[in-house]
Design a protein around this ligand. Structure first.
Ligand SMILES: Nc1nc2c(ncn2[C@@H]2O[C@H](COP(=O)(O)OP(=O)(O)O)[C@@H](O)[C@H]2O)c(=O)[nH]1
Ligand SMILES: [Mg+2]
Length: 406
């Protein structure tokens, strides 16, 4: 059974899928040799928000995962896990949470599904045979979905290859292989872990960076809510001290989701971080979420400021900041990719939060980030409420995108 049907069964039937999700991730071997080698001027990214810049010379390697092997392995594990399974209350409540999460994915990806996936369905209906014209149209659809030109070219090559080797002639059969191959783009790499690093030795400090308006403050509010639900003590630190009102906006979120707050307007961001982390240690907070300024006059200043903050955190917490999450607005398309490349040059990013996926029909950007930046998407924003932040999960994402085709 192909991945297409597997995912369909996971989410449409009553079988539990928590273990499947983990298993795929565990059985993968990752290859980390890919590096984006293009340099992007951060200042121009910040200035020209609407500009689409697509150019990356990434040399894409031969991907050689066998999905059927993963499937087999997963089935085996699933069987043995199932026999051990005790139906506890805890388990059924997990199941509820998962169901809820799948719903948020379905709803948040409606635009992408209607845009990109309905085009794909039309294409399948239009052609009775897989032809060159079919591939050309498919290529166009994928590029329009913001998947990224290099990724698409590589994808089409692999698809043509499979069509030839497997003797596929019907677009209807190819539909499932397209889903398989999109999944491969995402999982066949080193950085699949969507897990947050927790610091066992002190508060877990998470820095949020990214240009203005991408959704940093909102994401912090949503994430604080998530952590608090998990029983963690959360402190929000407002170090976006450059913009009037920015600190207040974070304070409002802290009130809304009922977590701690520290912030000072018109102060040195690093000194706010210092005071905030000291407070977190004194008052035994588990997680510290730091909101930073999206824009400094130039790249050098931004780099220095981030260095300063990191130094402060290094001095207070063993192991320093646990995560630096770059927030990107999915509706800005390839410009978001350019931002990621630029930020990657000036600081060590451990994960990406992709916001506003609900506001774009081009949900393919998730795959482009993976392919051109090589940094894992850890969370995605699928709406404006506190419940609309989800841990990024490729299987739920693919289901959310293709559920009408399944
Ligand atoms: N639809 C949608 N809007 C979002 C999402 N995340 C953030 N926003 C909105 O984007 C705008 C800017 O967010 P904000 O957190 O202030 O951005 P910041 O400047 O990076 O801190 C606000 O109006 C948010 O409500 C999302 O996932 N979906
Ligand atoms: Mg903000």
């Amino acid at each position: 059974m192909g991945l297409f049907n597997k995912i369909k069964n996971m989410f449409k039937s009553d079988t539990t899928f928590e273990e499947d999700v983990d298993d795929v991730k565990e059985t993968e071997e990752f290859d980390s040799s890919e590096e984006a080698d293009e340099t992007v001027d951060l200042d121009s990214c910040i200035e020209e928000k609407g500009t689409d810049k697509v150019s990356s010379d990434d040399n894409l390697e031969e991907k050689s995962i066998s999905i059927s092997e993963i499937s087999k392995d997963k089935k085996k594990r699933k069987k043995s896990k199932k026999s051990e399974k005790i139906h506890s209350d805890n388990h059924s409540s997990n199941k509820e949470v998962e169901k809820q999460s799948v719903k948020v994915y379905e709803k948040g990806l409606t635009k992408s599904r209607q845009g990109f996936v309905s085009k794909l369905a039309n294409l399948t209906n239009k052609y009775s045979k897989v032809t060159d014209e079919y591939f050309e149209e498919l290529e166009e659809i994928l590029i329009m979905a913001d998947i990224g030109i290099n990724t698409v070219m590589d994808f089409i090559d692999r698809l043509r290859d499979r069509v030839r080797k497997e003797g596929i002639t019907s677009p209807d059969d190819l539909k499932e292989i397209i889903v398989d191959e999109l999944f491969i783009i995402y999982v066949n790499d080193e950085v699949l872990s969507n897990r947050i690093n927790y610091n066992d030795n002190g508060p877990t400090v998470i820095l949020f960076i990214g240009v203005n308006g991408v959704g940093k403050t909102t994401t912090i509010g949503k994430l604080a809510n998530k952590f608090r639900d998990e029983g963690k003590r959360v402190l929000l630190v407002g170090a976006d001290t450059f913009r009037a009102g920015a600190v207040n906006q974070l304070r409002e979120w802290s009130e809304k989701v009922d977590v701690g707050f520290f912030g000072k307007e018109e102060s040195d961001p690093a000194s706010v971080v210092y005071d905030g982390v000291v407070k977190a240690k004194e008052e035994n907070y588990d997680v510290v979420l730091v909101d930073t300024a999206g824009r400094l006059q130039n790249k050098v200043n931004l780099m220095k400021e981030l260095e300063k903050m990191n130094k402060v955190i290094d001095g207070l917490v063993d192991g320093g900041a646990a995560e630096t999450l770059l927030v990107i607005d999915a509706t800005t398309g390839q410009n978001g990719i350019s931002q990621a490349k630029a930020f990657k040059e000036i600081t060590n990013i451990t994960g990406i939060v992709l916001t506003k996926l609900d506001g774009t029909a081009k949900g393919g950007i998730v795959l482009a980030i993976k392919e051109s930046i090589g940094i894992p998407v850890k969370y995605i924003g699928l709406g404006e409420t506190k419940d609309d932040l989800q841990v990024f999960d490729i299987e739920k994402y693919i289901y959310g995108l293709f559920k009408d085709m399944m």
